[in-house]
Each structure stands twice: as C-alpha cells, then as structure tokens.
Design a protein around this ligand. Sequence first.
Ligand code: AMP
Ligand code: ZN
Length: 117
Amino acid sequence: MAPDPDCIFCKIVQGEIPSAVVYTDDRVIAFEDISPSAPVHLLVIPVDHVTFLTGLDESSEALIGHMALVAGNLAIEKGIDDSGYRLVLNQGPDAGQMVDHLHMHLLGGGPLGGVAT
Ligand code: AMP
Ligand code: ZN
C-alpha cells in the first residue's frame, strides 16, 4: 500500500521524522518506542502502510511471520531472550491502538507483570 501522508509511521519509514531505528530490511523496520513502557520497548512495523490485522488475508502471512521473527532476533540482540519478553499487537480502540499502521511491540528487560503499551 502507498505511504499515507498523514501516518506518523509512514513518515518514520520515509525518514521524514526522526526515530531511533535499530533494524531495517525491505519489508519491515524496527525502532525505539518514543514513550517506552519497559526497559526494552521496540516497535516492528511493515514498510508498507498496512493498517489493521483485521482485514488481512493469507497474502500477509509471510509479513506477519517476518515481523515476529525480526522481533525475536531483536530480543536476542538486546539480550532479553533468556529473561523473557512480550510481543503485543494492539488492534482497535479497546486495545488502545493509537497509530493506524500495523505494529508489533517488543517489550522486555524487566518483569512485565501487567505492563500495557
Ligand atoms: P499503539 O497504542 O499500539 O498504537 O502504540 C503506538 C506506539 O507508538 C506507542 O507506544 C507510542 O509511544 C509509539 N509512538 C508514537 N509516535 C512515535 C514516534 N514518533 N516514534 C516512536 N514511537 C512512537
Ligand atoms: Zn503508515
């Protein structure tokens, strides 16, 4: 999907607003959450402007799987693979989704308990 000029994460993908990028490839980028809820709080997002999980079909399976694998590799890089971590994908208002560009939170670096994003 083409970049959405009003989407903050599209702007990050295009380098129009600064972010602390920790990983990038042709399908996803990962960067530090600007308002971390845990000692390690990264966001893994598609390069393309994909909005919601709901509505995706099988053609997006590889993308979602790739996002999870990248998050898992970043957990290793951050040294939190043994201590544990959480992947969160908020969808819609009840989950508190604030940015309508699909994103996976990687949270860890300390006990998470009921930490929300
Ligand atoms: P969600 O509630 O799942 O939509 O999460 C959106 C996340 O994006 C929040 O954790 C925000 O702190 C984060 N966020 C919003 N703007 C930025 C930004 N410019 N750079 C990095 N993270 C951001
Ligand atoms: Zn976008």
